[in-house]
Design a protein around this ligand. Structure first.
Ligand code: UTP
Length: 520
């Protein structure tokens, strides 16, 4: 340990306070703290900070004049594409999967502060009848999409799963998968890798201490992916497996379709090197980023970066002009991923700044838990690579089918365990109806699913409004059906009394349980 040299490096970077408690540390604490401090690049960190503060100064600047709508030829929509074409995309996607050319990459390095549990979000159980966690649902969707690709092509295949974790989520995630036997996937096809951390900094540029011998660190944002891909051997692993296409998604969307063959097929068909799955923005003031063009380059523009007038702009068909709501669900070719992970491109991605309440140790050595923002966290965003795209594709899907994120604890207005559970049940009820099933009361009368003008009070015997339908608990295991396929041969013409649950047993047979366990 050359403490004098470290001290002078820190002093010249204006971060000398980090050694304030040095003399009172134990030898073990000194060793690990020295290692941590010595490994940091203070010129780079100060540079990030200065740039971030500039960004904050311009936070209220608007981009309206630079914005361009998406060109029609890069866009497609599940609701405006005919069934044959969707089928064609689906087959194309499944063929790529069957050729072992597709990997899925999960962004799971976030701290989940709003949800407020002390374990990774993927381990959360939203209270489905099966008790499955987000990780289990995702693993089973991967298993099923592999089976669907094999069924189409007769080829065995693997969709390797890469999971980006951070210091906070890696170990528990690893243990969780190991203790659940990788939910039926092969261990060698599930790879965890870790993203980097950046120091949290006060508004006057001082790095915070988490305790007297540790810097306060936070993950460097989901755009930390590209640096992490470089520093782990994930890109090499993908290449050695012959991966050509990578589907990237967030851990918290309970409806996310891993390696969605339709989305893959659409992007492959367009010859895109970068693609985004989007949902239609619900209303002009919805606080969602929109995919559009800025000065000729693809970009996600946040609601705060445009004026209300621009947010309200509509096309002649009445749809919002900037309506491609980003849901953090992306397609990249392997070549594109390699290119944007190269330091030349990666270093061009700027940090976004969030003002946060950062717990830290003050100069008296006391732990302070601020009630007001006292500093910044710097994060890169996964979609900021869009501007490198030379061929882009945007696939619009239905929100009720594909997007319901878990962000907040129950009690919040949206994106809670309850809304996730309800949205998944809603999707599965619709899948069952589509497959020819009926939901019935105890007496066998049908629970109507079409809204009627009747209120509950004036509805006749056996007739109710669809309010009751909307409350039906219904869960279809991903192992039974990925997106409704194959269900009709199982449920068509049958009546189900809620709650309904379809699961695959160990022999591969579908077990249907209904009309029991009403205490969900
Ligand atoms: P969010 O921005 O919603 O953050 O992440 P979060 O950590 O889940 O929740 P809050 O904001 O602390 O409440 C969107 C996605 O990006 C991932 C998250 O795990 C989630 O899948 N993410 C976020 C990372 O992988 N790394 C990060 O540094 C930040």
């Amino acid at each position: 340990m050359n403490i004098d040299s470290l001290r002078s490096r820190l002093d010249s970077a204006g971060q000398g306070h980090l050694l304030e408690f040095w003399d009172s540390l134990s030898d073990v604490e000194k060793q690990s703290f020295y290692k941590e401090l010595d490994s940091m690049n203070y010129t780079e960190i100060n540079g990030f900070f200065e740039h971030s503060m500039q960004t904050l100064k311009h936070a209220s600047d608007k981009l309206d004049d630079l914005l361009e709508p998406l060109p029609a030829d890069v866009c497609g929509s599940v609701t405006r594409t005919d069934a044959d074409k969707i089928q064609e995309y689906n087959s194309l996607g499944l063929q790529a999967i069957a050729g072992n050319n597709v990997a899925v990459l999960l962004l799971a390095g976030g701290q989940g502060t709003r949800l407020g549990v002390n374990y990774p979000k993927g381990m959360y159980n939203v209270g489905l009848p099966s008790g499955k966690t987000l990780y289990q649902l995702q693993a089973e969707r991967i298993l099923k999409v592999q089976q669907n690709a094999t069924a189409l092509t007769d080829k065995d295949c693997v969709v390797p799963w890469y999971i980006m974790t951070s210091e906070h989520t890696k170990e528990p995630t690893q243990e969780f998968f190991a203790s659940h036997d990788y939910f039926g996937l092969k261990k060698e096809n599930v790879t965890l890798f870790e993203q980097n951390l950046l120091p949290c900094i006060s508004f006057d540029g001082k790095i915070f201490l988490a305790n007297q011998h540790k810097v306060a660190l936070a993950p460097d944002g989901n755009g930390g992916l590209y640096k992490a891909l470089r520093s782990s051997n994930v890109l090499a692993d993908m290449e050695s497996r012959g991966i050509k296409y990578v589907h990237v998604y967030c851990v918290d969307n309970i409806l996310a379709k891993m390696a969605d063959p339709v989305f893959l097929g659409f992007c492959i068909n367009k010859g895109a090197n970068c693609g985004a799955k989007v949902v239609e923005k619900a209303f002009p003031t919805e606080a969602v980023g929109v995919v559009c063009k800025v000065e000729g380059k693809y970009q996600v523009v946040e609601y705060s970066e445009i004026t209300l007038k621009t947010a309200e702009r509509r096309n002649t068909d009445g749809r919002l002009t900037f309506n491609a709501g980003n849901i953090c669900n992306h397609f990249f070719t392997m070549d594109f991923l390699k290119m944007v992970s190269d330091p030349a491109q990666e270093s061009e991605l700027k940090h976004h700044v969030a003002k946060k309440k950062i717990p830290h140790v003050n100069s008296l050595g006391e732990l302070v838990k601020p009630t007001e923002p006292n500093g910044i966290k710097m994060e890169k965003f996964v979609f900021d690579v869009f501007h490198f795209a030379t061929s882009f594709a945007v696939w619009e899907v239905l929100r009720e089918d594909e997007f319901s994120p878990l962000k907040n604890a129950d009690g919040a207005a949206k994106d809670t365990p309850t809304t996730c559970r309800q949205d998944l049940c809603s999707l599965h009820r619709r899948m069952m109806l589509q497959a020819g099933a009926k939901f019935v009361h105890k007496d066998g009368s049908e629970i109507p699913h079409i809204p009627s003008n009747q209120t509950k009070a004036d509805a006749g015997d056996g007739q109710r409004t669809c309010e009751e339908f909307n409350e039906i608990v219904c869960e279809v295991s991903p192992l039974v059906s990925y997106a409704g396929e194959g269900l009709s041969s199982v449920v068509s013409g049958q009546s189900f009394q809620p709650p309904v649950s379809l699961e695959l047993d160990k022999t591969g047979k579908v077990q249907m349980s209904h009309g029991v366990n009403n205490n969900i």
